[in-house]
Design a protein around this ligand. Sequence first.
Ligand code: ZN
Length: 231
Amino acid sequence: MQMKKNKIPFKEISKIYKECPVCEKEVNLSYGEAIETLNVRGEAINVITQIYHCPMGDHFFHSPEDEETKFQDAYKEYKKRKGLLQSEEILQIREQYGLTQKSLAALLGWGDVTLSRYETGAIQDDAHNLSLLWIRDFDGFKKLFELRENALAPALAKDIADKIVAIEKEKTSIEISIEQEKSISMATKIFSMSKQTLILPVASGTTISLYYLNHADNSQGSSNNDLALAA
Ligand SMILES: [Zn+2]
């Protein structure tokens, strides 16, 4: 992509001697940053891009990589503005179920390459975005499978059914360990509360033993642990 200098503010970062693809000659090029406004589906989006300036013809051009990055950055910003899932979030959804792009696309009733395009930066349409949001939640994913199971090849249906069983098993064991942790912390709380209630009502001048409450103390006899409250 070639641009006229006066259209973009340019900040030089370095100089490099290499061929200008427009002039087809080796020249001392400037490499730096510029702000460009891109039109993404009718939305004007400003992005900071890396760009070359050729002093010979006074024109700008991108390397193919910088050109790609520029559009990816603009698409990211567009998705942010429109509340669409980002590529890496779409990838995470698929990975949390351990499915290939082809399997998940089949489950959703999409074409083979659709997910691959979304995972590498293309902008998904609103309906596809809603489907992805729906199956991000495991219950939605399970519901979709129940609805679509018969439309899938038997081997694929079995593969996904196995994944669902495995995920449910894992979820159950996590829930059990959370419950166990809760009861342990509840027991600890009750124990420390009982410590306080045992100590507080003692009248002044009375000696009580804290020996049995102090598990960490290994000393013989309880004299050091006796609490004497002076009158
Ligand atoms: Zn040039």
